[in-house]
Design a protein around this ligand. Structure first.
Ligand code: ZN
Length: 149
């Protein structure tokens, strides 16, 4: 597999024009994520309504994989409940680490399946997972910044 296959159209698109790239001023939860290996740094903001993720955003800087993954994550979990978002994180994590490529999983992941090729590049797995780990920390109110190291 070629490195360029990683950068599928959907990833390029979300890197070029990231969705929900902003700060939520009255966020209920916020966490910082840091991937020192690549230099990716992001913040994830969450506004809840009960256990529904009413609004979610991110900002920061990093490589195309980390930025587009964060952008896609926000669009994927917005409007979902916390358990649904955690379940999606689990599925995404399985896909990029264990290579869960079954059609049922792909269907559930939707556009997130664009990151399936990342598993061939262990260093990039951390870039793709950073936003999800940071969301997880935000929902858990983790005070310490998340590090992939
Ligand atoms: Zn990166």
């Amino acid at each position: 597999m070629e490195m360029r296959d990683l950068y599928q159209q959907v990833i390029l698109d979300h890197n070029r024009s990231p969705r929900n790239f902003r700060e939520i001023e009255n966020a209920d939860h916020m966490a910082r994520g840091d991937n020192p290996l690549c230099g990716d740094k992001i913040k994830v903001y969450v506004k809840l309504n009960g256990d529904i993720i009413e609004d979610i955003s991110f900002n920061g800087s990093g490589c195309a994989i980390s930025q587009s993954s964060a952008s896609l994550m926000t669009t994927a979990v917005k409007g979902k409940s916390i358990p649904e978002a955690e379940a999606l994180f689990h599925k995404f994590h399985e896909m990029v680490t264990a290579g869960d490529d079954r059609p049922a999983s792909r269907k559930e992941l939707g556009k997130l399946a664009a990151f399936a090729g990342v598993r061939e590049f262990p260093a990039r797995v951390k870039c793709a997972n950073l936003a999800w780990h940071t969301l997880h920390a935000a929902l858990r109110e983790q005070a310490e910044p998340v590090s992939t190291e």
